[in-house]
Design a protein. Structure first.
Length: 665
């Protein structure tokens, strides 16, 4: 046995599961949804999808039910054979499985020849040739296999790993490796896999302006103040007219003209001042606001993304520290807006990642073009407006004073009272109407800005959705992972200089890595990971060759290769610990007390669809990983040592004889 060195064997304890960076469920995908009342054709279709996704147990249930409910033909018989054999050893076939095969055979034995009957015939021929004592012309079988359609050939190689043994082991391994090398990066895998781990983006939204709040009470007070101002002004005008109508007329014309000028200039000035104050507040670092307690997790996720992308999208020529310091305020403003407009509980922070990237990119663009602070020039009060306002106020004050003076000449006491009422009512009148007009202008401007922002965000959302449109299907993910498995087996065989006929059996363990990773799934489907811990056990006559790698599934690259060799009698025990939620931990202990411990499933997913729970999701994921077959091999070795080889061959031959009897027409 080659003694393992520290760090050469992949082991991870429960702490390794903290690395889930993204947990996505592609809701709305119904490829695995089936109801009891669905017709057998639907059950068969979903069963085939499960088979191609590498989940044979679910495929067996659905395809068997479809066949027994009447959907029996050559195609369904072919897939039934694949489902019953996929991911299993021959000894796992129960009498019920063999009975199903016999029943299905009756349905199809008199059917005319087609591509499916040809494939069934080749499977039977391969089964007959599987025993090492079988006298079969392999060249004839190889030719018949090559004459099959590409779909049938690939389905056989993908699912019937039992054929990777016996006298036809060399050529079937060769075909499997060729297919894996051809398909491993096919269909633009490197450009598409990352999209599977991206959540469906939340729709574009904006923060609409706060509406004008002018209550009935405000209207009543403004009406009273306006009436009081108008009445007192009218009385002063009449009194001044009685004193000298030509002077009063001139004063009134001047007051009206300058009043209009002051109103327009003052409102414009105040509008610009308010708008600038708002804009300055948006870039100020003192505008922080704590998230609502019930959305703290969402707000924290938004915070992390804003920090990440602001650190990543640094403008050319800018120092990161300067960029982060000067954009701290706008970063907080944008963060507050995103938290506010996406406050529903069913929206995850990752779903607004596209918007955060767009907002940060827009800030970067404004920084580079000098537009981040351009509002200061745009909202600067023009000198003409300033002059018009201040001069107008002076002239208006003089005109009103002259009007009051003239009124005092004719009616002193009433004029004093009217003046007091004019001031008392005029202040709230001016303030009230100014507030109303300014608020309406604010709403109009902010609504225009919001519409402009919504248009830009909608375009950004459409671009991102179009990019995600080529997200791979779950079956594609399964096929690429199967190619990675075969690539690892080929790598191990090349390293140990093994020919296919030197391999007695092989088994896999696939588990989430110890570091950070992303994962995603479709409803009712297995979890798919962006990174995997892959272990392959290659069993030969001399012992076990174990190779472990870290697989970057997004780039189809192996990293950190680790190897260990040991004899069959060096395996002391295999322990499997199952938590209440179905999460499993496997520990392989050798006689030198060295152990290999793996958490073969990550933590339970946070999001579940109707009809799902932690155990069903874990079961489907483990089925796709082929853990049952791996445990069968490892537990057999731990119990029987090297005698496992002899016993296993005998068990396989007995199972093969029963299978041939069931499928041979």
């Amino acid at each position: 046995m080659t003694a393992p060195k520290a760090g050469t064997v992949n082991s991870a304890d429960g702490s390794a599961t903290v690395g889930v960076q993204a947990d996505t469920v592609h809701g709305g995908v119904t490829i695995y949804q089936v109801a009891e009342t669905d017709p057998p054709e639907r059950k068969f279709l979903v069963g085939v999808r499960y088979l191609r996704a590498g989940v044979p147990s679910e495929a067996r249930k659905l395809i068997s039910r479809a066949v027994m409910e009447g959907h029996a033909n050559t195609k369904s018989y072919f897939y039934l054979m694949l489902a019953l054999l996929s991911g299993r050893t021959l000894q796992h076939l129960s009498p019920e499985d063999l009975s199903v095969l016999r029943s299905a055979r009756v349905w199809v034995q008199d059917r005319p020849q087609d591509r499916w009957t040809d494939a069934i015939h080749v499977i039977n021929r391969l089964l007959e040739a599987a025993p090492s004592t079988a006298r079969t012309d392999l060249n004839v079988i190889i030719k018949e296999f090559d004459d099959l359609g590409s779909q049938q050939r690939e389905e056989v190689l993908r699912n019937l790993k039992v054929f990777l043994a016996g006298p036809h082991q060399d050529w079937t391994w060769k075909r499997a490796f060729e297919t894996a090398r051809r398909d491993r990066r096919a269909e633009y895998r490197v450009d598409r896999v990352w999209k599977f781990f991206q959540p469906h983006p939340a729709g574009p939204r904006v923060l609409w302006p706060r509406p004008v709040r002018f209550r009935k009470r405000d209207w009543a007070l403004l009406s009273v103040a306006t009436l009081l101002t108008a009445t007192s002004g009218y009385f002063l005008s009449v009194a001044a007219w009685d004193a000298s109508w030509p002077a009063a007329l001139g004063t009134l014309l001047i007051a009206f003209g300058t009043g209009t000028l002051v109103a327009f200039a003052g409102l414009h000035r105040q509008h610009l001042m308010r708008r600038r104050r708002v804009k300055e507040g948006q870039i100020s670092e003192h505008n922080a606001r704590e998230p609502a307690p019930d959305r703290y997790e969402f707000a924290s996720g938004v915070d992390r993304q804003f920090r990440t992308y602001f650190r990543r999208y640094v403008p050319d020529g800018a120092e990161r520290a300067v960029w982060l310091a000067e954009t701290r305020g706008i970063r907080q403003t944008l963060r507050n807006e995103v938290v506010e407009i996406y406050r529903e509980r069913d929206i995850d922070a990752k779903q607004v990642g596209w918007l955060i990237r767009f907002l940060v990119s827009d800030v970067k663009r404004q920084w580079q073009t000098g537009g981040l602070y351009s509002f200061r020039n745009q909202l600067r009060i023009p000198m003409a407006t300033r002059l018009a306002f201040y001069l107008g106020v002076g002239v208006l004050g003089a005109a009103v004073s002259r009007l009051v003076w003239d009124a005092l000449q004719t009616r002193p006491l009433p004029a004093v009272l009217a003046t007091i009422l004019l001031v008392t009512g005029g202040v709230p009148t001016v303030r009230g109407w100014s507030t109303l007009v300014l608020e309406r202008r604010r709403v109009a401007v902010e609504k225009a800005e919001a519409n402009q922002a919504l248009t830009a965000r909608t375009e950004a959302h459409q671009r991102w959705a179009a990019k995600l449109a080529t997200r791979p299907k779950d079956q594609e993910m399964a096929h690429w992972l199967d190619c990675d498995h075969k690539a690892l087996v080929e790598l191990g065989m090349q390293h140990y200089k093994l020919a296919p006929h030197d391999v007695i059996a092989h088994a896999f363990i696939e588990a989430p890595p110890a570091g950070p990773y992303k994962r995603a799934r479709v409803p009712k489907g297995p979890l798919r990971y962006s990174r995997y811990n892959l272990l392959v056990f290659i069993l030969t006559i001399d012992g076990v060759r174990q190779m472990a790698v870290d697989l970057n599934f997004e780039t189809a690259e192996f990293h950190d290769r680790r190897r260990i060799n040991y004899r069959y009698d060096a395996v002391a025990a295999v322990h499997v610990t199952e938590a209440d939620d179905g999460q499993k931990t496997l520990e392989l202990t050798l006689v030198n007390s060295h152990s290999i411990k793996l958490v073969v499933t990550g933590p339970p997913p946070r999001t579940k669809e109707l009809g799902e729970d932690d155990r069903t999701i874990t079961a489907v994921t483990l089925d796709a990983a082929g853990l049952d077959n791996t445990l069968h091999v490892l537990e057999g070795i731990a119990a029987e040592g090297k005698q496992w080889i002899t016993y296993e061959r005998k068990r396989e031959q007995d199972g093969l004889a029963r299978l041939i009897d069931a499928v041979d027409p």
